[in-house]
Design a protein around this ligand. Structure first.
Ligand code: SAM
Ligand code: SF4
Length: 327
């Protein structure tokens, strides 16, 4: 599937819920409003959407949210999409999770065809964890990670950073991830939704300079078709990724689109109009109808994100926080 600028679209991020058991300050307000349950697609409808994208050439699907593991019977969806991996139609089915419920799901995820997962974790300090997520759940996340290791899942840790993120904290994360054999990606906080006033964003170039004082980082040529730039950390042997949506543009080779949990196709995280796939799901031959609608609109994928636009257009993405978009 090729968009209007010749970019090959091969990656779908499918959000299965906008709800979550944490309240990370940069993602959700404490009193976040969630969609009424009747507005959220069934897992069967999500499976149809996933199959439609794969029939159009998507090779990687990531389940996300909100927190995907709080969705009842999420393993059923994983199994349904996992058959596409078994059939060779999909290279990878994966998921991004906060890890709180991973201990109870790791084995089932591995059995259903997941090989690698991303776990979001910003700190190893219980108090800092509670301050960032507004919940005391670090022990659950660590238990989840141990279960993932036991199930043979390859883990990558995602850490969101701000200008006031403590350098010692980052050093601890790098050392700990290296010891546990986890890749680590540092993500520049993005201004999505009005959820975290007062925390200054950061440019990853300054983070890189800070890290270089303590670690020897050698650039790697690995690209996963995503926005991360990768480095090898000489001291740990681990791989470190940096994602800088604000301080660098990576849109020229963007290969991804998103579908949120109410069935809206979002062609760019921060820009452009969304496309409602639900009418296509309603009729008979729904997979074909969804495919036709996607093909009709894929050409409108914006050239670039609008994070740096001082006057974003009317369909202003910036009012929606990450949990509602599907991170
Ligand atoms: N609940 C799951 C989790 O936290 O991994 C999946 C959904 S979460 C929205 C997906 C990713 O988006 C997480 O890695 C989270 O840290 C990241 N995220 C959320 N809000 C963000 C923001 N404002 N800027 C950058 N990344 C953000
Ligand atoms: Fe929940 Fe993930 Fe958002 Fe944190 S980042 S509030 S875990 S959806």
């Amino acid at each position: 599937m090729i968009d209007g600028l010749g970019r090959h679209i091969a990656y779908l991020r499918l959000s299965v819920t906008d709800r979550c058991d944490l309240r990370c300050t940069y993602c959700m307000s404490e009193n976040a409003k969630f969609l009424p349950r009747q507005d959220i697609l069934s897992l069967e409808e999500m499976s149809i959407i996933g199959h439609a994208f794969v029939a159009l050439g998507v090779r990687k699907i990531r389940l996300t949210g909100g927190e995907p593991l709080i969705r009842h019977n999420i393993i059923g969806l994983v199994r349904s999409l996992g058959t596409l991996v078994d059939a060779g139609a999909l290279d990878e089915l994966t998921l991004t999770t906060n890890g709180t419920l991973l201990a109870g799901h790791a084995d089932a995820l591995a059995l259903a065809g997941i090989r690698r997962i991303n776990v979001s974790l910003d700190t190893l300090d219980p108090n800092t964890f509670a301050a960032i997520t507004r919940r005391h759940r670090l022990a659950d996340v660590l238990a989840g990670l141990s279960a993932a290791d036991g199930a043979g899942l390859k883990v990558k840790i995602n850490t969101v950073i701000h200008a006031d993120t403590d350098q010692d904290e980052l050093d601890r994360m790098i050392e700990w991830c290296g010891r546990r054999g986890y890749d680590l990606t540092l993500i520049e906080a993005m201004p999505l939704g009005d959820v975290a006033p007062g925390r200054p964003p950061i440019s990853l170039s300054s983070v890189q300079a800070g890290l270089a004082r303590r670690w020897h980082l050698s650039p790697l040529t690995d690209r996963t078709g995503g926005p991360a730039r990768y480095f090898r950390v000489a001291e740990t042997g681990g791989r470190l990724g940096l994602i800088a949506p604000l301080s660098s543009h990576f849109c020229d080779d963007c290969n991804r689109v998103r579908v949120n949990c109410r069935g809206e196709l979002r062609l760019c995280l921060a820009g452009g109009a969304s496309v409602d796939l639900r009418p296509a799901l309603a009729g008979p031959s729904s997979q074909q109808a969804v495919m036709a609608l996607i093909l009709d609109r894929i050409g409108t994928k914006p050239a670039r994100h609008e994070f740096s636009d001082p006057n974003p257009p009317i369909n202003d993405w910036s009012h929606l926080p990450m949990h509602a978009i599907g991170g």
